[in-house]
Write a protein that binds this ligand. Structure first.
Ligand code: PRP
Length: 214
């Protein structure tokens, strides 16, 4: 079991990341920039998907091409992960999408599950978890555990914008087999378990602040 962290360095990601970090970026632009980062990260994260040879007939001749051998399962973690769903569906239009809802308890920072809608047939398929923020790692550890219980095998791909060293350490100690693709590994978590320097709350910056009882 290994946790591999892939820092995806690309000038377009760096440019968009600066805007999503900027506290003065309005929510509409934040969503656009987040989706752009998601597109670039998911393209890199799916580089290793298996393909096989197929025949294809062009307007001129019959030739060979390649096709994806199986369709991945894409799993956004609500709410913030919704910001990557459109990017994922543009790149993987036939992938199934499952939804995991987890909110972080503001006092204990432990994950509080509230949605579990995964596709039936996960076994043997590549799972790709979308969550822009890897802070303590609790939400991702919970999500990956649910996928394993449903039969996921092999390395689970995780796509995030920011990862904190504390969260990476927790996922390593959880004994998970993960390939994490991130735009940045930030410095640390503050006393509220927010990533520093970070970008604030990726859910609130896309959708606004929920009522405290939500
Ligand atoms: C945030 C963020 C991640 C999670 C990361 O979600 O979007 O899902 O916290 O924290 P962790 O690594 O410490 O578990 P939040 O609970 O604020 O919900 P939201 O996406 O609805 O804003």
């Amino acid at each position: 079991m290994t946790v591999a962290v892939h820092l995806v360095e690309h000038p377009l990601i760096a440019d968009s990341l600066t805007r999503v970090r900027d506290k003065n970026t309005p929510n509409a632009l934040f969503r656009q920039e987040l989706e752009r980062i998601g597109t670039l990260l998911i393209a890199e994260a799916t580089r290793g998907l298996a393909t096989h040879e197929v025949r294809v007939t062009t307007p001129l001749v019959s030739t060979t091409g390649r096709a994806l051998t199986s369709q991945p399962v894409v799993v956004p973690v609500l709410r913030a992960g919704l910001g990557f769903v459109h990017a994922a569906q543009e790149l993987l239009p036939s992938a199934d999408v499952g939804f995991i809802g987890v909110s972080r308890d503001e006092a204990t920072f432990q994950p509080k599950p509230y949605v579990n809608k995964l596709p039936e047939n996960i076994a043997g398929r590549q799972c790709i978890v979308l969550d822009p923020m890897l802070a303590t790692g609790g939400s991702l550890a919970h999500t990956c555990q649910l996928l394993l219980e449903r039969g996921a095998t092999g390395t689970i791909i995780v796509v995030c914008v920011l990862a904190a060293p504390e969260g990476i350490a927790l996922l390593k100690s959880a004994g998970l087999d993960l390939a994490i693709y991130t735009a940045a590994v930030d410095e640390h978590l503050n006393e509220h378990a927010f990533i520093v320097p970070g970008l604030g709350d990726a859910g609130d910056r896309q959708f606004g602040s929920p009522a405290s009882s939500s």
